[in-house]
Design a protein around this ligand. Structure first.
Ligand code: PTJ
Length: 249
């Protein structure tokens, strides 16, 4: 493929596409990950490809939840590793928390490649390979997980998550934080805290809030989490998008 000129008005978006398509060729991203990415791009358009005040507030609540957690974890899939693997590693070191690879389309080969990719980003312990536990009520390999990983976690950050698994994690009693550009998805509606933003912007933004909040009193952080109203925020995002679209023409 010929070089994309920096002067192209969609340079960043095209480079991100290249990143995800290269990762698919390397066997990191599943082929349907490209379709998921396209859907994400469409929703990103609707918010002008910028972090909204609602997403920023959600990142703040997410940071607070991760900081007060006893056993927090970040779950990553192929798309997340390709787009924000290094940023997830940095965030996990800062909180600190575990990272587990949880795949929808799980194969031994992809698990191995993604594990090596995360090790390359500096992650010391990669969870997900033991697969010595199962998320209840989830048939198929996507229910496999690590006992010492997501299975025993109390707060789980699950970006680009499948709706079924998000519901199953909630059913296990976990506090679930997601990052999903689609405010209408089942995952967005099921999670406790939904960050309606691109994972590329959201992970560094959570990191920003972790730095700002890490010395705060635990009670204050707990209040922040307890007062978070996810359905209201989703309504506000939809309102924002509809007003924005009406104002354009
Ligand atoms: O690597 P695997 O095997 O675990 O597979 C991962 C994918 C993403 C293929 C799988 O989980 C899947 O099919 O996901 P869905 O059900 O298509 O959901 C992906 C959601 O993430 C959709 O609502 C998209 O709008 C949203 N999304 C896509 N790209 C981004 C995004 N949200 C935030 N940032 C993105 N870059």
């Amino acid at each position: 493929m010929s070089e994309i000129p920096k002067s192209h008005p969609r340079y960043e978006s095209l480079m991100t596409r290249k990143k995800i398509s290269d990762a698919m060729k390397k066997g990191l991203v599943h082929e349907t990950g490209l379709i998921a990415h396209g859907r994400g791009e469409a929703f990103d358009y609707l918010i002008d490809e910028k972090t909204t005040v609602f997403a920023d507030d959600a990142c703040k609540a997410a940071a607070a939840a991760l900081l007060i957690a006893e056993n927090p974890i970040i779950s990553v899939n192929g798309n997340v590793v390709a787009l924000a693997g290094k940023e997830c590693t940095d965030l996990s070191n800062l909180i600190p928390c575990k990272i587990e690879i949880n795949l929808f389309h799980r194969t031994k080969e992809r698990m191995k490649k993604l594990t090596n990719e995360m090790i390359g980003f500096g992650l010391k312990n990669v969870y997900g390979n033991k697969a010595d536990a199962r998320i209840p009520n989830l048939e198929h390999d996507r229910g496999l997980c690590d006992k010492e990983g997501i299975f025993s976690s109390d707060v789980a950050l699950v970006p680009l998550e499948d709706g079924d698994r998000c519901q199953a994690l909630k059913f296990m009693g976990k506090k679930v934080i997601t990052i999903d550009l689609n405010p209408l998805s089942r995952t967005a509606k099921t999670a406790d805290i939904t960050i309606v933003d691109n994972v590329i912007r959201a992970i560094p933004n959570i990191e920003k809030w972790v730095r700002l909040l890490q010395k705060e009193d635990k009670d204050k952080l707990k209040n922040l989490v307890d007062s978070w109203d996810n359905p209201k925020m989703l309504g506000d995002v939809c309102d924002f998008v509809s007003k924005r679209l009406k104002s354009l023409f």
